[in-house]
Design a protein around this ligand. Structure first.
Ligand code: XBP
Ligand code: MG
Length: 245
């Protein structure tokens, strides 16, 4: 083995768009339900939501929408509390949707997680969504032990700067106690890829409906799905990514 070859020790997964089509099946409907419940006339249709996804983080996305489309709402003295309350309600709607089984995992995800565990790879999550959304998605799909499969879960506001900042990946790497060269990241979006590459991680991208067509330059591989992907492929890609050019 050459001094430059890297040994794969951990897989770090983005959640939204990567493990499931959560923006389509969960987040957008949950935002709209929260707006309706609050008596607001806001409705994010698919096209608008596609634009708003440029901003990661639900609270940040609401604030971005207000700045662009409802600037008068930001003048309310309780504006910050209103955004927090809307986001809390949105999370409640999202977790209810997920618990009902309405957000299936993408093809190949459950199998790859299983095979990774059998192969002795460590698993982690790096996401901008809230920790409760992660378990709400994974427990119905993978069973009650789902969360215990992941050694580190980096989620939500544990870092102040969300993707495309690399902070959440750096936070996860530090807790894993591993260098980026021993890990592979899995992402679905340009923002996510910028975050993982910024942390020095070789990254496999599986675009979802909302992110197809984005710029994935720098990715180790861009695939339709994780279906058919085997652990030896991942080991080979990591070695290739670490090899001198
Ligand atoms: C996911 C996001 C999140 C979700 C909403 O990005 O951008 O904001 O849309 O989650 P990534 P919250 O997949 O790159 O992590 O409302 O819970 O913040
Ligand atoms: Mg994503």
């Amino acid at each position: 083995m050459s001094a430059n070859s890297a040994v794969l020790q951990a897989l770090i997964f983005d959640v939204d768009g990567t493990l499931a089509d959560t923006e389509r099946d969960g987040h957008r409907p949950a935002f709209n339900a929260a707006f309706r419940e609050a008596g607001l006339d806001w409705h994010w249709d698919e096209a608008l939501y596609g634009e708003l996804l440029a901003v990661t983080g639900g609270k940040e996305r609401i604030a971005h929408f207000v700045a662009r489309h409802r600037p008068e709402f930001a003048q309310r003295p309780d504006y910050t509390e209103q955004v927090a309350a809307l986001h809390k309600a949105k999370t409640r709607h999202y977790t209810q949707l997920a618990a009902s089984g309405a957000i299936p995992l993408r093809p190949g995800v459950a199998r790859l997680l299983r095979e990774a565990r059998v192969a002795g790879l460590r698993l982690a999550v790096a996401t901008t969504t809230t920790p409760e959304n992660v378990s709400a998605l994974l427990v119905p799909a993978l069973g009650p032990e789902a969360m215990a499969r992941f050694e580190v879960i980096g989620a939500g506001d544990v870092v102040p700067a969300k993707k495309p900042a690399p902070d959440i990946y750096l936070w996860v790497l530090e807790r894993l106690g591993l260098p980026a060269t021993a890990c592979l990241a899995f992402e679905d979006s340009e923002n996510g890829l910028r975050a993982s590459l910024g942390a020095g991680l070789a990254t496999v991208v599986t675009p979802c409906d909302y992110t197809r067509g984005q710029d994935f330059s720098g990715a180790t591989a861009v695939l339709d799905s994780l279906e058919g992907l085997a652990i030896p492929d991942l080991r080979a890609w990591l070695s290739a990514a670490a090899a001198p050019v």
